[in-house]
Design a protein around this ligand. Sequence first.
Ligand code: NAD
Length: 482
Amino acid sequence: MQKLTKQSLLKHCSYIDGRWMDSEQTFEVFNPASGEVISQLCESSASQVAQAINAADNALAVWQALSETDRARLLERWQGLMRESLDDLAYLLTLEQGKPLNEAKGEILHAANYVKLYSELAAQLTEPKPAACAEHQSATVYRRPIGVVTAITPWNFPCSMVLRKAAAALAAGCTVVLKPSELTPLSALALAQLSIEAGIPAGVFSVVVGSNAQAIGEILTQHPKVAKLSFTGSTAVGKKLLQQCAFGVKRTAMELGGNAPFIVFEDADLDAAVEGAIAAKFRNAGQTCISANRFLVQQSIAEEFIAKLVEKTKALKVGNGFDEVHQIGPLINQRASDKMLKIIDTAIEQGAQLLDGGKPVESPGHFFQPTILTNITADMAIFHQEIFGPIVSIATFDNEAQAIQLANQSDQGLCGYLYTSNQQRISRIVRLLQLGMLGINQARLSNPAAPFGGIKQSGMGREGGHYGIEEYLDYQYVCQMK
Ligand code: NAD
């Protein structure tokens, strides 16, 4: 750990009700770039998880007794401390998740921007609004914080996924119990340490860590004092958690998996499309929910597009994220690497052609070669699966109607990309694409002020901007006799 300057950011146990809580059982966290153990962390027990929820319930009164401006000031301090600790937070993030250090810094600054935005929105929460009513009455609509929020987050963005939820919920006046992924808990624990330094009161933001996600998840979804679960992760786990939340009619926000189409028309700027393809596919080694998953390329330019893409892909350097020459880090674990091999084998069996890559890199850690598969068709398994790794899968289409039909042929509807120079085409088809988010002639669309989220089985609810804070507020209608 010689590169961590502030050792207090490296924690080994859950942070509950303002205290670091030891336990006897431990689990290991691994460095995906080497396969070595980074740290042993204490498993939270069921009673510790319940304790965190009870503390969050007690802390509601403390947190809501602060003015919106005071809460905003604490959030502002929190994000300021993140920026001051940027190098240390990025170090921990790359160590446990593997992404290149500059991507890790980008994630942390992006996350800090969310906290900053929510600190500003906290200070401007909507005033009560009058509603039309009979003459002898007065009617008012209030916005009220929902209460205790539990949050479960994935490993691919160990910092920003946490803060997109926590900052919005805290700004709304809710308290939060977070369970980060057991694969990347160190970033969340470092954020908890910074929340203490920012002055966020005990119980307002707790972090429970553990490898038994199912057991912890059952408490986070079923404890009577929980008002809402905010989940980011796979659609399969999201469905289970929705069922669990149904018993208590808990509110839910679900940020689930994607299957992004990346559509390239013959009138597109092909160099821009290739640059966008590299960014949309290989950022975080393809392990993002908005990674381009299905390349749909017009037949007339497919050969040229593929040739340019293969050339650029061959130039990408795969290796340890701490070495700045590398653009692609490791996959998260051996299971992810095995999944890539299976996807490739099945696609080839079903008729795909392998143009480049196709294997794990022969080195310690879980590095995988950037891979290009062509001849993909909609009846192949790969077309309907979230790849979540560095595999480009390319199908072709003949005309606009076919492109739209292929793009929409998915249960998911999170994000997509469209490359064309024809403005009339853009106006025509944007509303026909069944997607929560769309990048046109560009692949970078994350923006703290915009509503991030999907339709269909990609989830429900939005994170970002005032849309994100709305998720943590209920309405109360009060009608008074004059
Ligand atoms: P995952 O669903 O396996 O795990 C997500 C979280 O849920 C982790 O904290 C995990 O420990 C926990 N979990 C797993 N099983 C559980 C259970 N039975 N009960 C309770 N909790 C459980 O997903 P992952 O592999 O960590 O992340 C990748 C997935 O997340 C991809 O599908 C990706 O698209 C999705 N994702 C979506 C968004 C979005 O904003 N829509 C953002 C990032 C990632």
